[in-house]
Design a binder for this molecule. Structure first.
Ligand code: PLP
Length: 433
């Protein structure tokens, strides 16, 4: 960053400022993380200069011909090798038997990956099932402000009164609407998802099952969450959340769906792949295969469970009543013991003053998306820094103080100072720039 600052003072200063913000505050946004130095270095390489439209192979009679390059421009000997390496790693990490699966590492992010899958198998107006946004689903699972909600006939399923997936209700909807595809996975769901049960529903009703595991992919590949394969036909994920890679998307599917997925990503939706991002993704995939990553994933879950138990004991209302994964969804309007807030937007802002960075989140029944009743918290980022079981008491205490004293500026400043000092104790590796 010294070079950058000398070269471009304004951008350099903004990079340093952001790094310092990340270094000094507590990142509890469950979809955020700190990528390794190696991932960041791979992003900042000469691959950013290279156009590589197409694939490093050609499709012929439904199988990939790796002897023949399917690129549109010349100069691809290294991009081909790099993309094939990333694909091999993705298959090794995400599938029980790489020979039976196909991976596309080109989606620019999670939303384009989901749209690519829908556009590969659905025509405009076709029906699919997805979890409603205010019940933890993602915008791209058929919300009406997203293209997936108005281009297709998106039937939205909801959770039951206990904020749990209701498999019988999903089965009923699938039988009623005969969707071509069912998408499962969530952005704010603290419990386990039964891919086995969803797979059974999809097979009974003739639908494809797509599992969007953006939030939990790291738990699925380390055994801390049920694996979507072989129950799902197609898996989509982002690589920048719990996986700690670059901002990107990834699609892994059973082999027969590979050609359609590839066509949908390019030329269907995208142009040239971001080869520097693919390089960084390959690094992150390798990291995620290491024993250290498995320890990390286990600690993420333990930290989330501890934090949720401590917050619940103090009076916070947890959606779902507990957490089984990396995230907690708090109903901050419905919380008790002096922990009830005006709304999630207001509380997340007050927390930010105290150095606690989280995000407001809709919960069932919310009518104003900008002022929802929930706040979503997660442990992937703080676990990367090195926080363990014993640190969760501190984190819980800061959250409780910043909520009970949300209107007391001096107390929020005290919490902020304590967090900054605490953060200083952890290694600076993810904050190297
Ligand atoms: N799918 C899920 C479940 C997500 O939570 C998100 C992002 O939060 C996405 C897809 C979209 O990913 P991106 O923001 O990379 O487009």
């Amino acid at each position: 960053v010294r070079y950058l600052t000398k070269y471009d003072q304004e951008v350099g200063a903004l990079v340093s400022a952001e790094t310092q913000r990340q270094r000094r505050t507590l990142s509890l946004i469950p979809s955020e993380n700190y990528s390794s130095k190696a991932v960041q270095l791979a992003l900042a390489t000469s691959y950013t200069n290279k156009y590589a439209e197409g694939y490093p192979y050609l499709w012929s009679n439904g199988s990939r011909e790796e002897q023949q390059s399917g690129r549109y421009y010349r100069g691809q000997e290294h991009t081909n090798e790099l993309e094939l390496l990333a694909i091999r790693r993705a298959l090794q990490l995400f599938t029980p038997n790489p020979g039976d699966y196909h991976a596309n590492v080109q989606p620019l992010s999670g939303a384009p990956a989901n749209l690519a899958v829908l556009s590969a198998f659905l025509k405009p107006g076709d029906t699919f099932l997805g979890l409603a946004l205010d019940y933890g689903g993602h915008l791209t699972h058929g919300h009406n402000v997203n293209i997936t909600g108005h281009y297709y006939n998106a039937v939205q399923y909801r959770l039951n009164e206990s904020y749990e997936l209701d498999y019988e209700e999903i089965r009923r909807l699938a039988k009623q609407h005969s969707p071509k595809l069912i998408i499962c996975g969530a952005t704010a769901y603290p419990l386990q998802i039964s891919f086995r049960q969803l797979g059974a529903i999809a097979r009974e009703t003739g639908a494809l099952l797509v599992a969007d595991i953006a939030h939990i992919c790291g738990l699925c590949v380390t055994g801390y969450h049920e694996h979507p394969f072989p129950h799902a036909d197609i898996v989509t994920t982002t690589t920048h959340k719990i996986l700690r890679g670059p901002r990107a998307g990834l699609i892994v599917c059973k082999k027969p769906y590979g050609a359609a997925i590839d066509r949908a990503v390019f030329p269907g939706l995208q142009g040239g792949p971001h080869m520097n991002t693919i390089a960084a993704m390959a690094v992150a995939l390798k990291e995620a295969m290491s024993p250290d990553y498995k320890l990390y994933a286990g600690q993420v879950v333990r930290n989330a469970k501890l934090l949720s138990e401590m917050l619940k004991a103090e009076g916070f209302k947890l959606m779902g009543g507990r957490t089984d994964n990396h995230l907690l969804l708090l109903d901050v309007v419905g919380s008790a013991n002096g922990l009830s807030a005006k709304n999630g937007n207001w509380l997340a802002k007050r927390w930010e003053t105290a150095g606690i960075v989280a995000n407001k989140n809709a919960i069932p029944g919310d009518t104003k998306p900008w002022y929802p009743s929930g706040v979503r918290l997660g442990t992937p980022a703080i676990t990367t820094i090195g926080m363990k079981d014993q640190d969760m008491a501190n984190v819980a205490e800061w959250i409780i103080r910043a909520t009970r004293h949300a209107e007391n500026e001096a107390e929020l400043q005290r919490v902020r100072d304590e967090i900054e000092q605490f953060m200083g104790r952890f290694p600076s590796e993810p904050f190297y720039v």
